[in-house]
Design a binder for this molecule. Structure first.
Ligand SMILES: Cc1cc2nc3c(=O)[nH]c(=O)nc-3n(C[C@H](O)[C@H](O)[C@H](O)COP(=O)(O)OP(=O)(O)OC[C@H]3O[C@@H](n4cnc5c(N)ncnc54)[C@H](O)[C@@H]3O)c2cc1C
Length: 482
């Protein structure tokens, strides 16, 4: 069966998935946004759908922290920002009546802290910061560097790079075998310039610039989802991202079974079978089809020995890499730093610090430190107490008064979160070749989730939902064929 293209899926979805005749019964593994959307559409079409979720809540990486904060403060552990181009996310937010508001980004003063000094991204401020820039970089400012080292490369690869259906054309292919770092240095960027640009377009790639695919990165940077193309229509879910999966879950009610980790998936010509742990007992359920939405970072906990998967699928499950991200949240008695709605990229090991509560009434505030790559992996192996102590020391060096105003904290180490074990896919060199194999259904077993998207930088709510739409089209085609 030929796979529907990205454009075909979008067209089918926008016209309400006409003629989707679902299988009689489907088991969905995972109640993240991808699994919830698949189940929501199937339930609306009278399919007998069962969602098995390992944890005790819906949403997966769409996860808002409300504890241990005072005064109703909250912070996002995972997904936070939506663009008006997040087509699938915007569709479901509207359908479910979930409100959005302007993203924090637009009310933020972004600046740097390096070598013990604060400076802004504009040319004069950067030139005075005493960084090891090449002479030709001194008057560029960070905007000029991005123009020269990123936009110019991306522009040279159009129209292929922004084609609506992602395909690695002959012109693009070499970039999938180069790392982000290689492309930047080949264009003449100094390490100091790379350090300045990184938080603006790369931090969300996990900080592993020397292994990340330049092609995946360029596709993202040239897209309307890149920070460089941000506009005031960028949004976030009002009162916390978790409201989004909760709205799905309220509709699905008892079709979702919590604390039901799936440990085995099998199939034969007639049925698919799923073994699940229920209060310490193993239970096997059957359905016509199974949709697995578990990130490949955590899939090794499921046994597929008798699932008849191809070697290529087993191989790709082992090979796909995920970014390491740690977010530490410090509740402060009040704002003691002078900058309004601060967001700082630093040369300290804590990397990025921001006011995570710019629009909440205060006076209390949450300062968030976000680390990626090896720094994230390093603080992940600390105890919670050690991590907090380490982060507070670093914040104090930059914003004196942090210890005095500190009240409480929590942190999320995505590599160590059960059932996630990573933040989002890190498309390494050569990733494009893996993408069709990740998505491909194998008999009665289908694969959805942000890693199984059409876009190489899958880590986004809308791409998770797009993968759900693609899977629904696939299920419909499979039912028609049987
Ligand atoms: C730090 C961070 C920042 C992000 N920022 C943004 C952002 O600003 N904007 C944006 O759009 N996206 C962002 N994302 C990405 C977004 O959160 C994800 O792309 C999206 O939520 C993925 O949905 P999913 O359903 O594919 O996977 P998940 O949300 O991971 O859902 C998978 C579900 O499967 C369950 N599961 C796992 N194993 C089993 C098992 N064995 N049995 C049963 N259930 C199981 C899990 O508990 C989970 O509920 C961010 C993610 C992170 C981590």
């Amino acid at each position: 069966m030929r796979e529907a293209t990205q454009t075909e899926v979008r067209r089918a979805f926008d016209s309400g998935l006409p003629g989707l005749r679902p299988p009689r019964s489907v088991i969905v593994v995972g109640a993240g946004l991808a699994g919830l959307a698949v189940a929501h559409e199937l339930a609306a079409r009278d399919c007998e759908v069962t969602v098995l979720e390992a944890s005790d809540r819906a949403g997966g990486r769409a996860y808002t922290l409300r504890e241990p904060f005072a005064d109703g403060l909250h912070a996002e552990a995972g997904a936070m920002t939506l663009t008006p181009h997040c087509h699938y996310a915007m569709h479901y937010l509207r359908e479910l009546g979930v409100e959005t508001e302007t993203a924090d980004l637009f009310d933020t003063t972004f600046s740097y802290f390096a070598r013990g000094r604060f400076f802004t991204p504009d040319p004069e401020s950067v030139a005075e910061a005493g960084l090891g820039l090449h002479p030709h970089e001194k008057d560029l400012g960070v905007g000029g560097m991005i123009e020269r080292y990123v936009s110019a490369v991306a522009d040279g690869l159009q129209p292929d790079l922004n084609a609506p259906d992602w395909a690695v054309t002959q012109r693009l292919a070499p970039y999938d075998h180069l790392s982000v770092h290689e492309v930047l240095t080949e264009r003449g960027a100094s390490q100091a310039a790379i350090d300045l640009m990184e938080p603006l377009f790369l931090e969300m790639r996990g900080g592993d610039l020397k292994t990340a695919s330049a092609l995946s990165w360029l596709r993202h940077e040239a897209s309307p989802h890149s920070l460089g193309n941000a506009d005031p229509r960028w949004a976030k879910v009002k009162h916390g991202t978790d409201r989004f999966p909760q709205a799905f879950a309220e509709r699905l009610k008892s079709r979702i079974h919590y604390r039901r980790p799936v440990v085995r998936v099998e199939q034969d010509a007639e049925r698919a079978r799923v073994t699940v742990l229920a209060h310490g007992r193993m239970q096997t359920l059957e359905a016509e089809r199974v949709v697995v939405t578990v990130p490949f970072s955590a899939i090794r906990h499921i046994d597929f020995t008798d699932a008849g998967l191809t070697d290529a699928k087993h191989d790709v499950m082992r090979r796909v890499k995920y970014s390491s991200v740690v977010r530490v949240y410090l509740q402060m008695r009040r704002q003691f730093w002078p900058q309004r709605n601060a967001s700082f990229s630093t040369d300290l090991p804590i990397r990025w610090i921001r006011d995570a509560t710019p629009r909440l009434p205060g006076p209390r505030k949450i300062l968030e430190c976000l680390m990626t790559g090896w720094r994230a992996r390093a603080v992940s192996v600390m105890t919670e107490e050690e991590r907090l102590d380490f982060v507070l020391d670093e914040v104090e060096r930059m914003l004196p008064g942090a210890r005095e105003h500190y009240e409480t904290s929590t942190s999320v180490c995505w590599d160590q979160r059960p059932y996630a074990e990573g933040a989002y896919i890190l498309p390494e060199r050569g990733h494009s070749a893996l993408m069709p194999v990740i998505r491909r259904p194998e008999g009665r077993i289908h694969f959805a989730g942000d890693h199984a998207g059409f876009e190489p930088n899958g880590g986004s709510m809308t791409f998770a939902l797009e993968s759900a739409a693609r899977t629904l089209v696939e299920l419909g085609a499979a039912a028609d064929a049987s």
